[in-house]
Every structure is written in C-alpha cells, then in structure tokens.
Design a protein around this ligand. Structure first.
Ligand code: SIN
Length: 311
C-alpha cells in the first residue's frame, strides 16, 4: 500500500495537509466544526478581520451566476477585540491551525491589526487581504497597484514582529499579477494567496436593476478556476520558491490537483463549502488519492509539476 507525505510548508510553518478553508467562506470554523474536527484540515483561514465591528453592505449581497456566485458582503465582522476574545481562544481549544486574515481601510489600520496579533499565541500565519473588491472606494483595493501593496506589507512587516509568516492575498483584476507579486515579495512576504474574487455584476432583467445592493460583487466558484490556474502558473514560473495558497473554484480533488500542478503549495476551499460543508474534506481525500495514483509519495513533489520540461 502506497503512503503519501501530505504535509506542506508556508514560510517557517508546517501544515499536516494542504487543504485550508478560504477566508470569508467559513467564518472562524464554528459551523464547519459540526461536520468534522477542524484538525482534519491543514488550516482554518478566518474571515478577514478589521479594527472595528462592521455590519457590511446592504442586502441583497449574494447572487448566483453561471458556475459561480457574486458576493458583496463588505467585510462584515466582529472587529479585532471580539475576535481575539472569542474566536481565537475557541480555535485554539479545537487545536486547529489558524491563519488570521486581516483587512484595513488604510495602511495604518493594517499596522494596528498586526500589532494586536503579534503577541497572540496559536496563530500560524497572517493573510493580508489587500484585494477585497467590495469596498466603496476602489482606491482601497491596495493590490491593484504595486506601491500601495508594498506600503501595506511594509506596515505589517514592521508591526507583526517575530517569525509569523505573512501571506499577501492578491487580486486577479490587474494587468500583470506577476508585477504585484514581485513588489510584495520584495517587501517581505513569505507566501501569496491567489486569487481573490473578480469584480462582477448581475442585472435582474425583471426589475431591470442591479441584483446586488452594492451593485458590484466578487465572482467566485468554478467559473473563475481557469483564471486562478493562469495566475498561479504565471507567479510560480516567476518565483518558484514562494509558496502559493491557491484558490478559485476548487470543487473536487481534480480541481485541487490542477492548482497544485500550476504551483500551489496549499489549496483553499471556499464557495464549494456553501453547497456541501464536507467539500474540503472530500477534496482532501480525493487529492491524496489522485497523487498516489500518479506515483507521488511526497505532496511537495507535485507542486508546480506542470512547469517541468515546458519552455
Ligand atoms: C467581502 O467581505 O466583501 C469579501 C471579502 C473579500 O473578497 O476579500
């Protein structure tokens, strides 16, 4: 019987397997824990947390699309104080590996959040969400420009201290994602999360008005998978040593394998969990089976395999 070393690494941290939740799709894991122990996943990536509690955007804030969905949540959340008081101790109690996602309206806010996290034990990495498409001011999509991306990452790096790996979450809504990746790598990130949702819009042809109260929203689900594969492939080709947490429409083990072959060191499962709370666990089992079938005994040998022998 073949065995597989399914572990993976991001910066200095090791994860028992490469299947994570995607930020925003499982809050801090409370609902998913009714279906399986959170320790079965490589990591729980929390919903991006901000300094203050937020109610998010007006409803309706979700809309179905062909092979996907739009969300316009607007970073709803309890704020960092309640998060540190309730969510982190609960996750630690579950013995889950935790990646805390943070989001800010200004460079300073990312610095403040990083300072709050620096002394917190039980966190394995910080995901810096600089790519939320659902902000009133598109100038706040820091990941659309190298300079603003760098300013945020430098602020996080200055304030977080220690060894905590920093993962920058980038937007596919740019001309050249490799340029943004290059900028944040130079600014000191240990990994990248690729990709956040794409900005989209749906108009209801009966009411003849936008379906979402916020008009635009982030497109996720299988419809965006080829965009994720392309972005991961391009960035891995340019920076083969930077770990990538890949996401974008992964619904089964084959989808996950595709992102791994493109260059992902871990896979986040998001939209698929809305339809099936066991999706991430099924994907983990299917991916492991597919890797064994293809003769791998170490997951890490499959990362970026599609690049080998290709000019
Ligand atoms: C949201 O809360 O609006 C989504 C967050 C994101 O896509 O980064």
């Amino acid at each position: 019987m073949s065995t597989l070393d399914f572990s993976t690494k991001i910066g200095s941290k090791r994860f028992s397997n490469p299947i994570f939740t995607a930020s925003g799709c499982a809050s801090s894991g409370q609902e998913l824990s009714q279906f399986f122990p959170l320790t079965d996943l490589g990591a729980i990536v929390t919903k991006s947390i901000m300094t203050k509690a937020r109610t998010g955007r007006m409803t309706p804030r979700m809309a179905e699309t062909p092979s996907g969905m739009l969300n316009s949540i607007g970073l709803q959340g309890p704020g960092i104080d309640a998060f540190l008081e309730n969510d982190i101790p609960w996750l630690v109690e579950q013995k889950a590996k935790v990646i805390v996602s943070i989001a800010g309206e200004s460079v300073d806010e990312y610095g403040v959040l990083s300072r709050r996290l620096r002394a917190v034990s039980g966190i394995s990495a910080v995901e810096v969400n600089i790519s939320c498409p659902n902000v009133e001011n598109r100038g706040q999509v820091f990941a659309c420009h190298p300079d603003t991306s760098v300013a945020v990452i430098e602020s996080v790096r200055r304030n977080i201290g220690g060894e905590l790996p920093i993962i920058a979450k980038l937007s596919p809504d740019v001309t050249d994602i490799v340029e943004i990746a290059h900028a944040v790598i130079n600014a000191g990130v240990d990994g990248l999360a690729l990709i956040n949702t794409l900005l989209g819009m749906v108009i209801d042809t009966t009411t003849m008005r936008p379906k979402l109260a916020g008009k635009t929203g982030g497109l996720s689900g299988p419809a965006i998978r080829p965009v994720a594969v392309r972005a991961i492939y391009q960035v891995h080709q340019a920076f083969p040593n930077i770990p990538i947490v890949g996401m974008g429409g992964v619904s089964n083990g084959r989808d996950a394998l595709e992102l791994v072959l493109a260059g992902a060191s871990a896979i986040s499962v998001g939209t698929a969990s809305f339809g099936n709370p066991m999706a991430a666990i099924n994907i983990k089992n299917q991916l492991s089976e597919l890797l064994i079938q293809r003769g791998f005994n170490d997951f890490r040998d499959a990362i970026g395999f599609a690049h080998r022998g290709v000019q």
